[in-house]
Design a protein. Structure first.
Length: 381
């Protein structure tokens, strides 16, 4: 529901009751992931979706029924069978679980079951890190209980007892560090309860960082793709003539500085991606020496295989270990046969996504990973 934080903040402040339907599980192929939400409010407005259209109408109907009568939290499941091809289900063949919960801003607040969602929504709208964890499976008396977690601050709300809150808050804090929404199972031993339960953890984190070093045409194309994917994009180059905002309209910032010096001023997490497009040893070696020692998710460098081998020699001389060198994606990108800067940017972005999500980069129809080769646009670099 945090993906709809701005709209829900309006409902809370106006005192409008609403029901949130959130995807909690996905099996097989499905268009939306855990944490995706659909909201129906008491005025009849519908926000978001949970299936891209396949079962949204049925979910809206269930939300409307909850608004009218039984407000108890509940789980729904939708799938697809050949025997009922025109019925309610997912045409893509998957199965999704959905959790429905009623919210009434006008009701007397009960912080034991309802933390301050207004402040959580407000945090998300101003791009501050925040997470909401909800019990979606477990003892019936616990369904719908919620806690709100922010980095470095005590959690709000309770899941039923102090020990369970501590365990849940630790799991949610871990999820916040990666910005990953999904479910977490809390075992009997963890929380000293007789029945296990499942939490839906919804995270909002600031946009991940994409740092592109080297103010070349490929950097302009990569900045555009990175912005489309939701990254906060920085382009950096020591040459003021080339590093201008006019050349990189899709970058959030364009920095004139020595690349390694600028990198050392940044606070980056495991979602950050660093792309080195300079292919000049005086820039590359100090920059990659610093980058490969940071806890970032991706470090890639442009250049042919020959350039890469020469670069490895220099990086070893600079003191990098084989483990650190093993993190380097070079030649950068997946083998798409790219020729233009735009095609090369697509191949780089595809590799970043595959690295982040654990994909193989292989064609889905084959299920077999193919060895990467240098894209044609890098052969001469």
């Amino acid at each position: 529901m945090l993906e709809l934080a701005a709209e829900l903040l309006d409902r809370v402040r106006s005192g409008t009751p609403y029901v949130v339907a959130t995807v909690t599980s996905v099996q097989g192929s499905a268009p939306r992931r855990p944490g995706s939400s659909l909201v129906v409010d008491a005025d009849g407005a519908v926000l978001g979706n949970v299936s891209g259209g396949c079962v949204d109408s049925a979910v809206v109907q269930a939300c409307q029924e909850m608004l009218r009568s039984d407000r108890s939290p509940r789980n729904l499941e939708f799938g697809y069978t050949d025997d009922d091809a025109i019925g309610v289900g997912l045409t893509c063949g998957g199965t999704i679980g959905i959790f429905l919960r009623h919210h009434d801003p006008r009701a007397e607040p009960d912080l034991a079951a309802e933390p301050d969602l207004e402040s959580a929504y407000a945090d998300a709208t101003r791009d501050a890190p925040v997470a909401v964890a909800t019990v979606v499976r477990g003892p019936r008396s616990d369904l719908g209980r919620m806690i709100v977690v922010r980095p470095g601050r005590p959690h709000e709300g309770t899941l039923g007892d102090e020990r369970r809150d501590e365990v849940a808050a630790a799991h949610v804090t871990d999820a916040l560090q990666t910005g990953t929404s999904g479910t977490v199972d809390i075992g009997v031993a963890d929380s000293h309860r007789r029945e296990p339960s499942t939490l839906l953890v919804e995270c909002h984190t600031p946009a991940p960082r994409l740092l592109v070093f080297g103010a070349i045409d490929h950097a302009a194309a990569l900045a555009q793709v990175g912005a489309f994917l939701g990254y906060r994009v920085t382009v950096c180059d020591a040459r003021a003539t080339f590093a201008t905002p006019a050349r990189f309209p899709y970058a959030d910032e364009v920095v004139v500085d020595w690349p390694h010096r600028h990198l050392q001023t940044q606070h980056l997490d495991g979602r950050a991606a660093i792309c080195v497009l300079t292919h000049d040893p005086k820039f590359d070696v100090p920059l990659l020496t610093a980058a490969l020692r940071l806890p970032v998710g991706y470090v890639g460098a442009m250049g042919s295989r020959r350039t890469h081998e020469q670069r490895l020699v220099r990086l070893r001389e600079a003191g990098l270990t084989e483990h650190e060198l093993g993190r380097l994606h070079s030649p950068i990108g997946l083998d798409l046969g790219a020729r233009t800067p735009q095609e090369t940017a697509l191949s780089i972005a595809a590799e970043i996504v595959a690295q982040r999500l654990g994909g193989s980069g292989a064609p889905l129809r084959s299920g077999i990973a193919r060895p990467r080769s240098t894209s044609r646009s890098q052969e001469s670099r």
